[in-house]
Every structure is written in C-alpha cells, then in structure tokens.
Design a protein around this ligand. Structure first.
Ligand code: ADP
Ligand code: ADP
Length: 226
C-alpha cells in the first residue's frame, strides 16, 4: 500500500533520513518507534506527501507520489489522513467543530458531521461549538473525526496521545483501534513510547538516527507484553 525505496532527506547538513526502505501492507497496524530526532516525523511527512525526499522513491498503491506536484496529490489527501500530536495546534480556534470536521471535504455536510461525532464518541449536537469548549481528549476526538471525514483508507497518527493526560490516553488509543477495525483502515502509528505502540500495532519499525534498525511483528521485536 505504501512503499519507501532508499529514501534520503537532508535539511542542510542534517541527514534526517539515511536510506530508508519500507513496505506497509493494506490492513497493517504499523508502528514507527524511535527517540526524538530519529526521523519519524520526517518519514511521516514524506509518506503523506507533505514533503519531498532528497533522493529515493515513495509509492502509494504502486503509484509514485514523490514526483507529483501538489495539484496532483488530491487523491492522496482523501486516501490518507493524518492525526497530529497537538490537536489545539491543528484545530482553528475560530472555526466551529462542524466546519473543522468537514475541512477535508471542502464543504460542510451536517448529516456527515453527526455520524462522525457519533463514531468518535462525542455528542452528535457538538458541531455548533468551538474547540476551546472541549477537553484535550475531546479535541483529539474532533481531529480524528476530521481525519475520517473523507473516508480514508490509511490513517497516520503522529504521537496522537503524547500531549494528553495519562488518564485519557487509553481511551483515545482504544478509540483508534476500534475505528481502524470497524472501517478496515491501514494504520501508521508513530510514537516514542513502546508501551503505546505495543497496544495498537501488529508490526513495528524501530528508527535510530535516520535509519530503520529493526523491524518485524511487534512481539518478535519487543517480546510479549508482561
Ligand atoms: P522525530 O520525529 O523522530 O523526533 P524528526 O524527523 O522531527 O525526528 O527530525 C529528524 C532530524 O531532522 C532532527 O535532527 C531534526 O532536527 C531534523 N529536522 C526535522 N525537520 C527539519 C526541518 N524542517 N528543518 C531542519 N531540520 C529538520
Ligand atoms: P456505511 O458503510 O453504511 O456508512 P458503516 O457501519 O460502515 O456504514 O459506517 C458507520 C458510520 O461510519 C457511517 O456513519 C459512515 O458514514 C461512517 N464511515 C464508514 N466508513 C468510513 C470510513 N472509511 N471512514 C470514516 N467514516 C466511515
């Protein structure tokens, strides 16, 4: 479904990715772990078509995306959606929740808003409200609803619970797992936290200094959970 072939990304003298090759199959729940600075976010931006590699190839469903200009990436924007770490940073405080959720659709559809709010466990009439009227965990539910709006096949979650209170992390992880199963999504889940990756992923790649140093079924790489 997603493939990286010998991908490099340099920022000036910083070599953020050093020859990453990777295949993510449809239906996988693929975890990317590594310390801060190991290149996880860079890799995510590349596979989401938000940045271009310095060299190497990136394919989505067997189609090269690294060579496409932004105006030809529309198909990728609906097929693959990203949930970011900090929902407050990515939710416009001046927009109503219903308009935020429908941003990827280009127009607001109230029936769809109610379905999506229901799917993420928020009251179906919360669409009139603004992001600051919700807790951190609820705001992350709003950004998940927005990501689901175009019915993507791939959901990319970049540290989706790292900014949340410990008490709500499990709820959001369980919600992601439930939605992935219900809609048959492919999940790419990025975290510095092994415990979290073990909870939601079946396959994992470990990054260190811009390289993948280990990969495989999550139990083989980290042993079974205690
Ligand atoms: P991670 O997500 O694992 O924390 P990143 O992909 O953010 O790692 O960063 C990998 C390396 O690339 C770091 O050294 C970081 O400072 C550098 N880097 C990332 N993005 C940029 C950028 N836009 N400009 C310059 N350096 C960057
Ligand atoms: P249906 O296929 O009839 O929409 P589902 O049970 O599959 O029914 O979906 C339940 C709800 O989730 C519906 O409100 C639908 O709009 C929504 N939904 C279905 N597929 C997706 C998807 N891939 N991403 C986001 N929402 C979806």
């Amino acid at each position: 479904m997603i493939e990286l072939r010998d991908v490099h990304r340099e920022y000036g003298r910083t070599h953020a990715l050093r020859g990453v090759s990777l295949k993510i199959e449809a239906g996988q729940r693929f975890g990317v772990v590594g310390e801060s600075g190991s290149g996880k976010s860079t890799m995510i931006r590349l596979l989401a078509g938000l940045d271009k590699p310095t060299s190497g190839e990136i394919l989505f469903e067997d189609k090269r995306i690294d060579t496409l200009p932004e105006r030809k990436l529309g198909f990728l924007r609906s097929a693959l959606q990203v949930v970011f770490q900090d929902p407050m940073g990515s939710l416009d405080p001046r927009m109503r929740v219903r308009d935020i959720i429908c941003e990827p659709l280009g127009r607001t559809n109230r029936a769809r808003v109610a379905e999506l709010l229901d799917a993420v466990g928020l009251p179906v009439d919360s669409g009139d409200r603004y992001p600051h009227q919700f807790s951190g965990g609820q705001r992350q539910r709003i950004s998940i609803a927005r990501a689901l709006a175009p019915r993507p096949r791939v959901l990319v979650a970049d540290e989706p619970v790292s900014a949340l209170d410990v008490s709500v992390r499990k709820q959001i992880l369980d919600l992601l797992a439930e939605l992935v199963a219900r809609f048959g999504l492919t999940l790419v889940f990025v975290s510095h936290d092994l415990g979290v990756v073990r909870r939601v992923c079946d396959t994992v790649a470990v990054m260190r200094r811009g390289e993948i140093v280990e990969r495989g079924p999550v139990g083989d790489v980290y042993g079974s959970p205690e």
